[in-house]
Every structure is written in C-alpha cells, then in structure tokens.
Design a binder for this molecule. Structure first.
Ligand SMILES: [Zn+2]
Ligand SMILES: [Zn+2]
Length: 367
C-alpha cells in the first residue's frame, strides 16, 4: 500500500497516519478503533478504544474494567485529528461495526467481520458507499451459500425435541460471543430448560445489559437435580466438545453450529453427533452484495480465502488485492472467533498466502 493511502499496513495493524489511530490493532497502541469484540480484532492493552454504544458492554468485559472505552452511536461522525470517523452496522455480533474513514474527500470503509443475514441479537448490515472497501472474506468461495436461517433453527429445534423425547441432554457448541446468543434467540424455548456454560453466560449478561432480550438461562453449576438435564438444552463453547465437562450431563446428544459445517459436516469434530450450518460471516453471494453496494473502485480483501475473490473482482474490472490485517506468526488467543480462520483442509492450492497458523476448532476451555 502506498504511503499516501488513507489507511496503511503497519507492524501494529491497519493505521490511519492522518488521524493517528489504528483499526483493530494487534499491538498496544494509543488509539484503537474496534470493529467488534472478538479477540482477533480487539486486543487488550491499548490506551484508548472506540466502539459503538451497542458494543460497549461486550468490549469492556473483554478488555477489562480498567480499559478506557469511548462509544458512539451508529452513524454518528466524530473527528479524530481532522479525520472523520463513523461506525455502521456490520450484522456480525452485537455492536459490530464497519469503520468509515473520510479525509480530504477520500472515503475508506473497513468492514470488519460481517454477515447479510438478519440476526435478532444485533443490527443488520448497512451498506456504506466508499472509494476503497476493505472486506473480510472468511467464506469467499462460490460454493459457500448459507441455507435459510429459519430452516436451520427448525432443524435445531427438531433435534432438541427428539433429545427431550428420548430423555437425553441436547448439548450445542457455539462460539460464546455472538453465535451462542443468536442460537438462544432462535430456539423454541417452550421445549425445555436452557443451561449455558459460564463463558457463554458472561456474554449473555453483557447482551441483556445492552438491551438485547434473551430467554431465561441457567448455569449448570446451580443445578443439583440429576434429572433436570433430561430434555434440557446446554450451550457451550466449541472447546467443550469431547471434554470431561460434558460428563455431568449424563446421556447427551452433541451438536456444533458453524459455517464450516457446510463443507465439513460434523466430521471435524469426531465427538459431535450433529452439525448445523449457521455462520456469523457473509457467504459468497453476501460478500458480492456488500462489495457491489459499497460502489468501491478499489477492494482490498482480508481474512480467509482471499485469492479466489481477488481474482474474481479483478476479472469484473474492480481493482483488488489481498491485504494482511493480521501479523503473521503471532499466537492467537484462545477465544478467537473459530470461524474467522480458513478450514486448513479447505484451502485452495492457489491460496498460499492464507495458510492458517491455528485450526479453527479452538475456543475457551471447558470448566
Ligand atoms: Zn468476528
Ligand atoms: Zn474476524
């Protein structure tokens, strides 16, 4: 990227030299503008953070009580050293934002992670017109197309009901920030009681505090009645799959909810019985829709299978190239969005720049 570009790639991350701030920096900086609170985007230790009002509680929990966090409403413009900065809904998780940066008539938008599908627990993606659009590309392959969300939730409910009728416990693994709450909001709560792993429950609290209604949930530790598990739904982070933590629930049926289930089924997680295709990222048509509606003449592609997307865009006459927004070789934290990394068995041979350094099935450890 040329040095006069509005945003530059630096060792600490995407940097706006005119405004002297970073977007989703991976090192400690003076001023960090954050797209969302997943740990591959929000890292502790910076002096000051900017997020959306919706995302404030979630980010504070993740960065710690001492973190200094400024919050603005979606669509509100502020000036940082003369650079206009505003945040727009990305539809990914509660508070997630696209960052719009404007300076001397030039407009760049950094998408962060996003999805086009409606989500009851966060604001829907809003297209923002710009000159340069930096888009994520986690599922950037033409074969990635999500099934209708209603059908997926109907499937989840059918599975849970069957578990209840068989006096088993339905345990679903879902990333603790975003996916777990989306499932909570989507399931039929009349089927039975819902228990959440403490990592999930912490985020539930942040969501409720932010005004997002969720069904009643209980911590498994608070239950002393063994038969209470029968017919219950348990929501746990992916790392709980196959862990001893599951033993307490007796006879279980296990499932995982992830976009990777589209290509992998439940095979990756050998200890899991069912896979549901539910992603908080855009599928191929969603990515194209976002790119088109940005009307950008230049599209920089990051996160995932960038090479096929870059090739496709250039063929369409849209100037495009890959952008590394993550410092290579840095160890990722344990609660990174597991969907944000490409499936290592699913990387095309031409996509050599995107070799993942960690498998996407990690998550918080069970307790
Ligand atoms: Zn994310
Ligand atoms: Zn991400």
């Amino acid at each position: 990227m040329s040095t006069d570009a509005l945003l530059q790639e630096t060792p600490a991350g995407l940097y706006c030299s005119a405004g002297d701030f970073y977007i989703d920096p991976w090192k400690k900086v003076a001023r960090a503008v954050i797209t969302h609170a997943h740990s591959d985007h929000a890292r502790p230790g910076s002096e000051r953070y900017l997020t959306t009002t919706d995302g404030r509680h979630v980010l504070q929990s993740r960065m710690g009580p001492a973190a200094v966090i400024d919050a603005i409403d979606y669509g509100t413009e502020i000036l940082i050293n003369g650079v206009r900065v505003s945040l727009f809904p990305a539809g990914h998780v509660l508070g997630s934002a696209q960052v719009r940066v404007e300076y001397r008539g030039e407009v760049w938008v950094v998408s962060g992670d996003y999805k086009m599908t409606a989500d009851a627990t966060c604001r829907t993606f809003e297209p923002v017109v710009c000159h340069t659009f930096i888009t994520e590309c986690t599922f950037g392959l033409p074969i990635c197309r999500w099934p209708a969300q209603d059908e997926v939730f109907a499937e989840v409910n059918r599975w849970w009901r069957r578990c209840r009728d068989e006096q088993r416990t339905a345990v679903i693994m879902a990333y603790s920030l975003g996916k777990a709450q989306r499932i909570l909001a989507g399931v039929d709560r009349s089927i039975g009681r819902i228990f959440c792993h403490s990592a999930v429950e912490q985020v539930n609290r942040d969501y409720r505090q932010s005004g997002i209604p969720l069904p009643e949930t209980e911590l498994p530790g608070s239950n002393s009645n063994r038969t209470a598990w029968e017919g219950a739904l348990v929501i746990a982070p992916p790392a709980a799959a196959g862990s001893p933590w599951l033993k307490k629930f007796g006879d279980v049926s296990t499932a995982i909810a992830s976009g990777w289930m589209l290509t992998r089924g439940a095979r990756r997680w050998q200890s899991v019985d069912r896979g549901f295709v539910l992603s908080d990222h855009a599928d191929w048509p969603g990515l194209l829709q976002a790119i088109r509606s940005s009307e950008a003449g230049q599209v920089l592609v990051t996160h995932g299978h960038t090479a096929p997307m870059v090739r496709w865009l250039n063929e369409q006459g849209i100037s495009s190239r890959s952008l590394n927004t993550r410092f290579r070789g840095e160890r990722l934290s344990s609660d990174e969005d597991p969907e944000s990394l490409p499936d290592p068995d699913f990387v095309l041979p031409t996509d050599s720049t995107d070799a993942p350094d960690k498998r996407p099935d990690s998550g918080e450890t069970g307790q």
